[in-house]
Design a protein around this ligand. Structure first.
Ligand code: KIV
Length: 289
């Protein structure tokens, strides 16, 4: 069991507010009533404790996405991401949050072979992180897996459309569903995953008309990314929306330009160290007088 509360006696631990009641899979699912979601679901990715603390008051769901492979580890895709990575970051995000539901991505290779294999991996993620849901990619082919997990106590977030773990089959990260056959398949995938019991699902990188139709026809809440404003909620990768990268997909809106601000802070620090103007008396220990 590696879920701990934050030790607030360490200097960098910002105490969390009094713990309240966390969002749950049923409370998220219940936001969509008769095909409509009054209050859109807010989801962001988070990979670390401190970022979770900052995002948590504003989000319904914090997703520990396997995008951490690229964002945190500099890997070329999400394919090499391991269960160990997801468990370590998942536990950190749970420790840094008290309000949002934390969902953790099942990494490539940890669930596709069989529903029982998926159960073992998902159970490990839940035990080691304390998260309340897992996310897996795939449509009709994953329906029996979603069914088994949800009937054995594991809430599932689906993920259809552009599924990055299938990049080698898809041939790239371009938007999906430009042709009618593929559009119909994505809609069928979404229905299959919802019918199997997913309490919500991510629809990524699809033609807007597909996302609109899925949001209209599928009973579970649809969380869009590169999809449509008509979805029941939206998700973005946190580092993308904060402007940490020079290149981002077209569907990303940058709400800040942190990359420039971090570079500028590092440049100023380096100049002060070289000029011996840092540290000053304010940052130096001296005997008390
Ligand atoms: O891995 C991830 O961050 C995701 C989101 C983009 C939905 O799957």
């Amino acid at each position: 069991m590696s879920t701990f509360t934050i030790d607030t006696s360490t200097s960098r631990a910002t105490p969390s507010p009094v713990p309240g009641k966390r969002m749950t899979a049923p409370s998220i699912r219940a936001r969509k009533v008769d095909g409509k979601t009054e209050q859109p679901i807010v989801m962001l990715t988070a990979y670390t404790m401190r970022m979770a603390q900052l995002l948590d008051p504003h989000c319904d769901i914090l997703l520990v996405g396997d995008s951490l492979g690229q964002v945190i580890y500099g890997l070329p895709s999400t394919i090499p991401v391991t269960l160990e990575m997801m468990c370590a970051h998942g536990a950190a995000v749970v420790r840094g949050s008290w309000h949002a539901l934390v969902g953790v991505d099942m990494p490539f290779g940890s669930y596709e072979a069989a529903p029982e294999k998926a159960f073992e991996s998902a159970a490990r993620i839940m035990k080691e992180t304390g998260c309340a849901a897992v996310k897996l990619e795939g449509g009709e082919a994953m329906a029996s897996t979603v069914d088994l997990l949800t009937h054995r106590g594991i809430p599932v977030i689906g993920h259809v459309g552009l599924t990055p773990q299938a990049v080698n089959v898809l041939g790239g990260y371009g938007a999906r569903g430009r042709e009618e056959r593929e559009a119909e398949k994505i809609i069928a995938d979404a229905k299959a995953i919802a019918d199997a019991g997913a309490f919500c699902m991510v629809v990524e990188g699809v033609m807007e008309s597909i996302a609109t139709e899925v949001a209209l026809k599928v009973a579970a809440p649809i969380i869009g990314i590169g999809a449509s404003a008509d979805c029941d909620g939206q998700v973005l990768v946190i580092d993308d929306m904060l402007g940490m990268f020079e290149r981002t997909p077209r569907f990303v809106k940058r709400y800040d330009d942190l990359a420039s601000r971090i570079s500028e802070a590092a440049r100023t620090y380096a100049a002060e160290v070289r000029a011996r103007t840092f540290p000053t008396a304010d940052q130096t220990y001296r005997p008390k007088t």
